[in-house]
Design a protein. Structure first.
Lengths: 497, 159
């Protein structure tokens, strides 16, 4: 049966129209990823609205194409500008820019793009094997587990994206959870925080929030940004590039698996995947001092790691309806918008879906490599685009994207308001990813907790009698205690004792 | 790295007020819904409000480390004075204002293509993106391309 689904997915993606959509979406993703300020999340959020009227297959292909393209495209500006196009490519800049400065920019881009493509392909294997496993495991979940999963997801995302101050990450998650309470409550159908406004009663739509949170701050920031100098692309021999990739294949495979693992963790995302893979390769290297000075292994590790996160982040989307990263959160909303119901029952209701996504990812990885190689000679021109012209145009596209979800101007205003919130959050160093995850997971946490409490007559005791819940509780308690400085205090006591 | 403790101090106050508001509004919902507390639609918002209030207090305490209240108020005053005079702040505020006028006013009063055309030309002129004639051409071409691509090409209705 699996083979049949795979063949069907291949025949779907190779249809001329779908191939054209794949090429255009991947190209658009690459360009958006290349341009600093246009993140992968923004690219997918924008396309989600724009793909509303597309046939289902074409819409899925375009979303996967833009996702793969935008994560990979970030490496080009990281290498030529020393400014990562997306946060995912931040680690790539460390070695990519010094290599380009030495006159090997073309080679660095070739290696980064090839590693990105290989990372995505390796993650496809994990998508196809791990999603059914995780889905069958998630079938054991009842309300308590779903509630704790939502809490765990928001907390771990807050912890890992907080840039040093975990409390701020958790508070951002709490703010998102509070926003998710706006609208009709799903247990008692009681309107909350809607102040008699019909639009608010139907709740806050996810896509305008995402476009606002991730797109708006980038647009505003571009108003005052100075244009950067782009290094020139140098020619290189393809055979030489492949031989260097061959020499680094162990690092690529290792980084890909790290990327998948990081991707599976709720809300964490491609930037952490890139950094962790980079760090792992540096730790395993015999010459760690060469990292940061143009080491090729550093480039391929970061890129394989961040692109493998794509597959990793999609696994929990499909099996648990919990996004593994911010772009995957937008993808989750897009899946819902196109009529799919991600979660443990997805494999029962739409068994072909996982195979479709796997095949689309695979084709997108190959298309991305071919297109990136084809357009690399124009990269310097693309990177030289004036942001003060580009960003206002992007804002008009954001307006269209927010409008198309419900054909409602209220969503456009919501996008603007959340854009301001996103801008303020960035100013005060509150990460946006946990905020977004809170908005997504809020209804799941609320309805499952209350349903569980209704069944248990208000008692929390059943939660402590379920093994999966106990694991979640231990991990959550560990996260809180480690932040409260308890372990440091215990260490001190141990030393004194 | 630049210390942002004064922002933490300010944010903790704002979020404490928000937390308190969520608790009060949640209690009102609980009272109006007339259900048992753990079944009530006010239960989760109240829980979240309490957690936000608690976290804001922790943030406030941590923001007062290294210098206390006096240092934070001095830093805030300094930040305010430099921000108000900063050219970047003014450019940003002006840009946001143009975006707000487009979002809340122009889109309501004018057809989408015209509102967007005016917005694009206005904001590019304001940011001095390029020469005036070029700005007008770019704005017109962009709007033409958007209308052709979405409305004519894919039959997608625009705002």
């Amino acid at each position: 049966m699996a083979l049949q689904y795979l063949m069907e997915a291949v025949s779907s993606v190779t249809m001329p129209l779908n191939l054209l959509v794949l090429v255009l979406a991947t190209l658009a993703g690459l360009i958006m990823g290349m341009l600093p300020g246009l993140s992968a999340t923004m690219a997918i959020a924008l396309l989600t609205g724009l793909s509303y009227g597309f046939p289902k297959d074409a819409a899925l292909i375009s979303l996967i194409g833009v996702y793969v393209g935008s994560i990979s495209g970030g490496c080009q500006s990281a290498i030529l500008l020393n400014i990562p196009g997306t946060p995912a490519s931040a680690a790539t800049a460390l070695d990519g820019f010094p290599l380009a400065n030495r006159g090997d920019g073309g080679l660095a881009i070739f290696m980064a793009t090839t590693a990105s493509s290989l990372g995505t392909l390796i993650s496809v294997v994990c998508v196809l094997t791990l999603t059914p496993l995780l889905s069958s495991f998630a079938l054991e979940f009842i309300s308590w587990e779903f509630f704790l999963l939502a809490v765990f997801g928001t907390m771990i995302c807050g912890s890992l994206t907080s840039n040093g101050n975990v409390l701020k990450g958790w508070m951002a998650g709490l703010l998102g959870l509070i926003v998710s309470q706006i609208g009709m409550d799903s247990v008692n159908t009681y309107p909350r925080f809607s102040y008699g406004n019909v639009n608010l009663m139907s709740g806050i739509q996810l896509i305008p929030v995402m476009i606002g949170l991730f797109g708006f701050p980038e647009i505003i920031q571009a108003f005052t940004q100075l244009e950067s100098k782009v290094l020139k692309l140098s020619p290189f021999r393809i055979r030489d590039g492949f031989s260097r990739i061959g020499k680094n294949i162990v690092a690529i495979v290792r980084s890909s698996f790290i990327g998948v693992g990081v991707g599976i963790i709720p809300g964490v995302g491609e930037d952490v995947g890139g950094w962790l893979s980079y760090w792992a390769s540096k730790s395993a290297s015999k010459d760690p001092d060469s990292f940061g000075k143009g080491n090729e292994t550093g480039i391929v590790s970061a890129e394989a790691g961040n692109n493998a996160c794509i597959g990793g982040a999609i696994i929990p989307v499909m099996s648990l309806a919990v996004p593994g990263s911010a772009p995957a959160a937008v993808l989750l909303a897009a899946f819902l918008m196109h009529g799919y119901r991600p979660g443990p029952l997805l494999l029962v209701e739409s068994p072909q879906f996982v195979y479709q996504i796997g095949i689309y990812l695979m084709f997108a990885a190959v298309a991305m490599w071919l297109i990136a190689m084809g357009i690399s000679r124009f990269t310097v021109k693309i990177l030289g685009v004036n942001k003060k012209i580009l960003m206002p145009i992007i804002y008009v596209l954001c307006v269209i994207g927010a409008f198309l979800i419900n054909h409602n101007m209220f969503d456009v205003r919501i996008m603007f308001v959340f854009g301001l919130i996103g801008f303020l959050l960035r100013k005060i160093d509150f990460p946006s990813a946990p905020f977004l995850l809170g908005v997504i997971l809020g209804p799941m946490a609320d309805s499952n907790l209350r349903r569980a409490l209704i069944i248990s007559d208000g008692s929390l005791a059943p939660m402590f009698a379920r093994p999966i819940c106990i694991v979640f509780l231990i991990v959550i308690a560990f996260m809180i205690l480690s932040q409260a400085g308890l372990f440091k205090a215990l260490k001190k006591l141990g030393r004194k004792g | 790295m630049e210390s942002k403790k004064h922002f933490d101090f300010l944010a903790s106050f704002a979020l404490m007020i928000l937390g308190a508001y969520v608790i009060i509004a949640g209690y009102d919902i609980y009272r109006d819904a007339g259900e048992l507390f753990y079944v009530s639609p006010g239960f989760f918002p109240i829980t979240l409000g309490i957690l936000l209030l608690f976290c804001s207090l922790l943030l406030l305490v941590s923001s007062l480390k290294d210098g206390g209240l006096k240092s934070r108020s001095v830093e805030l005053r300094l930040w305010w004075n430099t921000s108000v005079r900063s050219r970047n702040t003014l450019i940003t505020l002006g840009g946001v204002l143009i975006m707000a006028v487009y979002t809340f006013l122009l889109l309501r009063l004018l057809p989408f293509w015209l509102a967007s055309l005016i917005f694009l030309a206005a904001i590019m002129l304001y940011l001095r993106s390029t020469k005036t004639l070029r700005i007008i051409i770019i704005s017109a071409l962009t709007m033409g391309a958007i209308v052709v691509f979405f409305q004519v090409g894919f039959g997608i209705p625009l705002p």
